[in-house]
Design a protein around this ligand. Sequence first.
Ligand SMILES: Nc1ncnc2c1ncn2[C@@H]1O[C@H](COP(=O)(O)OP(=O)(O)OP(=O)(O)O)[C@@H](O)[C@H]1O
Ligand SMILES: [Mg+2]
Length: 256
Amino acid sequence: MEGSSKYLVKSDILMPTFGAYFPTGNDSLILSHFPYLRNMILKASQIHKSYGQLPILRGVDLSVEKGEIVSIVGASGAGKSTLLHIIGTLDKPDRGRLVINNVDIGELSQKKISLFRNEHIGFVFQFHHLLPEFTALENVCIPAFIRGQGRKQAEMRGMELLDRLGVKHRAEHKPSEMSGGEQQRVSVARALMNSPALLLADEPSGNLDSENAASLHQLFFELRESLKQTFIIVTHNEELASISDRTVHMRDGQIL
Ligand SMILES: Nc1ncnc2c1ncn2[C@@H]1O[C@H](COP(=O)(O)OP(=O)(O)OP(=O)(O)O)[C@@H](O)[C@H]1O
Ligand SMILES: [Mg+2]
């Protein structure tokens, strides 16, 4: 079993239930033997987080497959946003392991985490967080600019996304000139700009009337169909929770 510790780490990321020794360090070889592992996009294991003396997350385990739409529900203060921030690599757990797209986030430097986030994760928040001084198109293009993509190419994709989300006619408008539903659609387009593997949303429809909320939820399902996007959505919206593939309930920093 020479060199097995290295392989144990690798195979453990992919295959914690087997925890087996693989006589190769080659992930693609492992994947070719176990093709279903390709479907795992997120594996969070025993995530702990405290603020000061107060434990907020107390050993959260969550696995999500590619293309799944998972809702996280629970009372205010249960730790939903804290968990979403950790899954989104915006915050670090005190303990536990986070593997996204077969990458162990705990092994990355802070700089690599930022690059990883920019490339693989999109965020939609309750309050869209669009930059007020920029147009819809400029807002949508920002993640591509951060990634170093040229303006022309970014704008072409930005227009495509705005079109797909039904707000192309608002491309040159600033956020203050758009309705709440339109602004939220622009923020979804922005989240999709770099074709992230994982889209995280925290109360995305919390600020919308029921009609706009329903249409935004519909959009998530359409995007899953057309772009094979994976969604993890924190929501108090019962209708959204009921139509998602799976609902995860949180209470007092744990998944029930
Ligand atoms: N930066 C922080 N410092 C200290 N305590 C925090 C911090 N962030 C969150 N908390 C606390 O952690 C607990 C969980 O907060 P979190 O925002 O994750 O809850 P939530 O489930 O998203 O609630 P809500 O439904 O109200 O958004 C709360 O008691 C909150 O006060
Ligand atoms: Mg919250």
